[in-house]
Write a protein that binds this ligand. Structure first.
Ligand SMILES: *[C@@H]1O[C@H](CO)[C@@H](O)[C@H](O)[C@H]1NC(C)=O
Ligand SMILES: *[C@@H]1O[C@H](CO)[C@@H](O)[C@H](O)[C@H]1NC(C)=O
Ligand SMILES: *[C@@H]1O[C@H](CO)[C@@H](O)[C@H](O)[C@H]1NC(C)=O
Length: 188
């Protein structure tokens, strides 16, 4: 009886690990979208670094690293992109509001592309990839976009000026980029 039990247990363990192995060995078919996402995260991080918005720089780098680690773990053909040189010439003349608008635009691209990965995961029935992106990226991305949009509105409201013809415009002055960095730090 005991021997039968042992043999049976061994069989179960063997079966279980075979199932696990075949699952983790599932072919990865979303290399291109994964690599594009890695490139988008690096591009955003590089832009933030050039603007001295260090919190966002680290955050985007963290995203890129996480995607690379995930790709390696899944056996994807991971590509690390060449970094572009951000166009510093414009930064000096930009108001904080313009910088926030640029950030929102970058985040929007990053976010839109996350949905491309989910689409690919769905099409190739890669449930693990789809839920990883949804659980670990999409929610956070939503929070980041909301935070940036709210900060932009707040600064615009605080810097309203009445023109002679009675129109109100927001001039976005008096705020440095360090404020953005500080607010981001607080929000984390
Ligand atoms: C990379 O970042 C720059 C801003 O530094 C932006 O203009 C450009 O659209 C970004 N490229 C992509 C592919 O997101
Ligand atoms: C995933 O695929 C199913 C059909 O297989 C479809 O109904 C669903 O809308 C797809 N979801 C996404 C996010 O593409
Ligand atoms: C008031 O002046 C500003 C700047 O000159 C202009 O953009 C705006 O259209 C004007 N508003 C009205 C109601 O005339």
């Amino acid at each position: 009886m005991l021997i039968v039990k042992i043999v049976f247990t061994c069989l179960l363990i063997g079966l279980g690990s075979a199932v696990l192995q075949s699952r983790s060995r599932q072919i990865f078919s979303c290399d291109d979208v994964l690599n594009k996402q890695i490139a988008l995260e690096f591009n955003a991080s590089q832009t933030y670094l050039s603007l001295s918005v260090k919190e966002s720089w680290k955050e985007e780098l963290g995203h890129a690293e996480k995607l690379i680690d995930y790709g390696v773990m899944r056996g994807a053909k991971v590509e690390v992109p060449a970094l572009m040189k951000p166009d510093h010439s414009k930064w000096g003349e930009m108001s904080v509001c313009e910088v926030l608008e640029l950030s929102l635009e970058l985040e929007k691209k990053v976010n839109e592309h996350l949905h491309e990965i989910v689409k690919c995961a769905n099409e190739s029935k890669d449930i693990q990839l789809g839920s990883m992106i949804e659980d670990e990226f999409i929610d956070e991305q939503y929070e980041t976009n909301k935070f940036l949009a709210e900060l932009l509105t707040k600064i615009e409201r605080n810097t309203m000026q009445l023109l002679q013809n009675g129109t109100q415009v927001s001039i976005c002055d008096g705020y440095g980029l360090t404020l953005v960095d500080k607010e981001l730090l607080k929000s984390n």
